[in-house]
Design a protein around this ligand. Structure first.
Ligand code: 6PG
Length: 472
């Protein structure tokens, strides 16, 4: 039987959907595993359902009972809801943990919490890993992407298990240590921010086809399936095709038509935007996606709005390749903005995160896996990013130059036809801004100086602290 590295005994707490799937994955890869759950009855149910894999598992009544029974050194994997449940679990396990043990939080934690927990546990000699796991239930069961943050020795102890259960891209495990303390959870947060943007971009293109071009969902499904054979190849485009092709057994109509148009969100997209702003960045395509989810939740206002203002929707006429190009350009901007935030956070927190490694980790298993990621990894490996901007690396600059006219045409047609495309519009504004050496912030600086004597830099002399000839 295999052991976690360093001979640590391995325990997993939290047998919900994701926890149970991850536990089965670990058992299947040959690692013995202690398991427990807050509702104790779920543990024997899990063992029953595990079939022959249960032979390598030991069930326990509770978290403290499990940790007390595990031989030292211990590695405890937490699969509980992000937030207070993580602190409560650590609290409950702590009396039975000893210096040298490892706690790995595999939920979608806020990286600030991860930094706090890592510091608190380090003071007691306990090593903490903040591990982002992506891929939903299917990924957890058969191969997620794994983004870890923590100390190298703690990673070394768990790496054999985490690499064994991770997704593989051309044989290479999609599991990596991406920096200390909160780095892994931050990378997972930004992953989710990009996920929000990509989903929103896809939804906007769907909206134009459905409401602007009157295409039925099944026809849109075929189009997405075709696009998935090209540069847009990705998990999210693939599942969109499947979702749109699905029929509701109760009505016989498309499933998408019986779903309330209010999007849920658990917070990771919002955290990405908040952190971007804190870091002096603006991930506008991600921000647009978060905003669109918030607006979607205002269903009664939208209903009242349609009655009072009248729906602005008009038919649009766009060739399919314009929509395909728009989606590609939007996706490139979303990735580029995501990596910008990661670079800024890595510099701010001293994580030294290897961006190529991040892209490599996202190539398989995770929700945003796509054909672009191998090229993103290659661009970072080659260090071929003028000003650190992914948009300007040769591969993506060529893509963007080719796809920008399609994005522009799509956004213009959408605006004229009254179809909101906030993420596509944000992506276009970002790309257009980045393509202009001289913008309009000269006027902003003049205004700031006018009312607050904030000073500006003169272009001709390069001198700072200059003031305009304003009266008063
Ligand atoms: C993943 C997903 C996963 C989860 C998100 C969804 O990478 O596997 O991102 O973590 O589905 O939490 O987030 P929202 O509920 O906020 O859409």
């Amino acid at each position: 039987m295999e052991q976690a590295g360093g001979g640590a005994s391995l325990g997993l707490y939290g047998l919900g959907t994701m926890g149970a799937a991850l536990a089965l994955n670990i058992l299947e890869k040959g690692f013995p595993l202690h398991v427990a759950n807050r509702t104790a009855a779920r543990t024997p149910a899990f063992l029953d359902a595990a079939g022959p894999l249960a032979g390598r598992a030991t069930g326990h009544e509770s978290l403290p009972a499990m940790v007390a029974a595990m031989p030292a050194p211990r590695a405890l994997i937490l699969m509980v809801d992000a937030g207070p449940a993580v602190d409560q679990s650590i609290e409950a396990a702590l009396p039975h943990l000893a210096p040298g043990d490892i706690v790995a939080d595999c939920g979608n934690a806020d990286f600030h919490d991860t930094r706090r927990r890592a510091a608190a546990l380090a003071a007691r000699g306990i090593r903490f890993l903040g591990v982002g796991v992506s891929g939903g239930e299917e990924g957890a069961r058969h191969g997620p992407a794994i983004m870890a943050g923590g100390e190298p020795d703690a990673w070394a102890a768990l790496e054999p298990v985490l690499s064994a259960i991770a997704a593989r891209h051309e044989g290479e495990p999609c599991a990596a240590l991406l920096g200390p303390d909160g780095a892994g959870h931050f990378v997972k947060t930004v992953h989710n921010g990009i996920e929000y943007a990509d989903m929103q971009l896809i939804a906007e293109v769907y909206g134009l086809l459905r409401h602007g071009m009157n295409r039925p969902p099944a026809a849109i499904a075929s189009l997405f399936a075709r696009w998935n054979g090209g540069r847009l190849r990705s998990y999210l485009v693939e599942i969109t095709a499947e979702v749109l092709a699905a029929t509701d057994p109760a009505t016989g109509g498309p499933v998408v038509d019986v779903i309330l148009d209010r999007a849920g969100q658990k917070g990771t997209g919002r955290w990405t935007v908040i952190e971007a702003l804190r870091l002096g960045q603006s991930a506008s395509a991600i921000e647009a996606a978060v905003a669109a989810r918030a607006w979607s939740a205002e269903k009664p206002s939208r209903e009242a709005g349609e009655a009072i203002l009248g729906s602005p929707r008009q038919p649009v006429d766009l060739p399919e390749d314009a929509l395909e190009g728009a989606l590609l350009a939007g996706r490139i901007v979303a990735y580029a903005q995501g990596f910008r935030i990661l670079q800024a956070a890595s510099a701010e927190y001293g994580w030294n995160t290897d961006m190529a490694r991040v892209a490599e980790t996202w190539r398989a298993g995770c929700i945003i896996r796509s054909a672009l990621l191998a090229d993103i990894a290659a661009a970072f490996r080659a260090g071929d990013l003028p000003q650190g901007q992914l948009l300007l690396s040769p591969a993506f600059a060529a893509d963007l130059r080719a796809a920008l006219p399609a994005l522009r045409r799509t956004v213009a047609a959408a605006a004229l036809g009254g179809h909101p495309v906030p993420a596509l519009s944000a992506a276009l504004a970002f790309a257009d801004t980045m393509a202009q050496a001289r913008g309009t912030a000269d006027l902003i600086q003049a205004q700031r100086d006018y009312f607050g004597r904030h000073g500006f830099v003169r272009l001709d002399t390069g001198t700072a602290g200059q003031h305009g000839p304003w009266a008063g």
